[in-house]
Design a protein around this ligand. Sequence first.
Ligand SMILES: O=P(O)(O)O[C@@H]1[C@@H](OP(=O)(O)O)[C@H](OP(=O)(O)O)[C@H](O)[C@H](OP(=O)(O)O)[C@H]1OP(=O)(O)O
Ligand SMILES: Nc1ncnc2c1ncn2[C@@H]1O[C@H](COP(=O)(O)OP(=O)(O)OP(=O)(O)O)[C@@H](O)[C@H]1O
Length: 428
Amino acid sequence: MELDKMDENDWKYHGEGNKSLVVSHSQHSRVLRLLKYPAENAEYAHQTTEQAFRHIQNIVDFNKNVMRPLLGEKYVHHGEAVKLPLDFVRQLSLKVQQERPESRCDKVMDTFSGCAVCLPNLTHIISCHITEHRPSLCIEIKPKCGFLPFSRHVSKEVKRKVCRFCMHQHFKLANGKWKRMSRYCPLDLFSGNKQRMYIAIKHLLEEPQNNFRIFKNGQLIYSCKDDGDLNELIQQLKPYFFPSNGLINGHQSSKAVLNELIQMLDSLDIEGIYPLYKRVEQYLEEFPKERSRLQIDGPYNENFLEKVKNCPTEDDGSIEYAVGKVHQYRVAMTAKDCSVMITLAPCREEDRLEPDMEIQLSKPRFTYSVSILDLDPKPYENIPHQSKLDSKIVNYYLRSVQSKHEPPKANLYLGRDCADCTLVFHSV
Ligand SMILES: O=P(O)(O)O[C@@H]1[C@@H](OP(=O)(O)O)[C@H](OP(=O)(O)O)[C@H](O)[C@H](OP(=O)(O)O)[C@H]1OP(=O)(O)O
Ligand SMILES: Nc1ncnc2c1ncn2[C@@H]1O[C@H](COP(=O)(O)OP(=O)(O)OP(=O)(O)O)[C@@H](O)[C@H]1O
């Protein structure tokens, strides 16, 4: 990519989340991820280019030095921070505006700094064995938190039975974020039980919200926008699976790795973290210069990872313990909010692949790549917000369940209507 010859016509809108907007190159397998900010928030515009570049570099460093070693080299692509010509960014912003979903237009793309992250396009197959462009199918899942808190700090019994995602659904419906309840439960997906995992995918397909997307040859073909048109999707998928027509038993290893990681790092739950955050805040009030030694705002380097890994297991009352736990919690937050992309491409007879690079569905054969994306550091300052949100979700859930005064419906698949996420799968 020649930065001085950037042409907005080579790029198209690819997607966006809450914090960034992504455009993809029409020929090369590359994307640019540009940050967004609230339309009314002019303060970002006053950032110097150096500050904006530092912010982007922090994201790259966090991916590279913290999340990559923890989640696996194979799965994390940290990309590189780039400085784009401002004229290009402004034209690009105008070009993509009409493609953007209305619900995301409360934020605008950063057209002031020209800073962005350049990454491989993960909806295409990432393989050193196959260099040319192959028809690819990519399934993106934002699984969210797949376990119940086990911390002794948990104050509401319901949190030990109903997972945050399921409780949050009630809150999101009440706030109008979504119109229909998702029956997906992350505990099903992470259960390791094939039937429950199958049901999880079924529920994601049924109501994808922002947890499920399918791309064909890099183009989004199924998401919350499509209002669950499964027949259309089946037509799109047929050529891939014909003649076997079966469902894929995808490789789950990255999810297993993720699950392991979250179990390790969020041991206290937000209810246990918040008092430690306050301990850190109090300490910083007294010793503001310590902020940099404790790496509260980075840099996200090997030292930071050491602090995450070597945090004492018992609370000895020290600031090191509090900071270590807060750092661990922030890493767990990132992992809980990331997405996993599984990309498949048909193999040809002559393709020689290592056995672990291939999924054998009798015929046809597929090669695949698994990537984890959206691994930005979660701001330290978000912890009070997390604590408030946690109470709101739980209290809203308890009120809404109590107000219905009805026993949980017997559900064929143990989906959303069934109040307890810990129940094991029964055959029906
Ligand atoms: O708190 P949650 O669980 O609602 O997660 C937020 C996500 O909402 P979700 O529930 O997945 O729809 C939210 O996603 P959406 O905007 O709803 O697509 C963001 O991912 C947000 O992260 P950030 O503040 O942009 O870094 C996420 O915020 P963090 O809590 O991860 O900071
Ligand atoms: N490297 C990539 N290759 C292909 N598609 C990508 C890549 N990075 C992001 N995307 C697409 O762009 C979308 C938005 O990116 P991302 O999730 O990083 O945004 P975000 O604003 O940080 O998300 P969040 O709402 O979780 O904060 C993703 O859901 C994915 O579909």
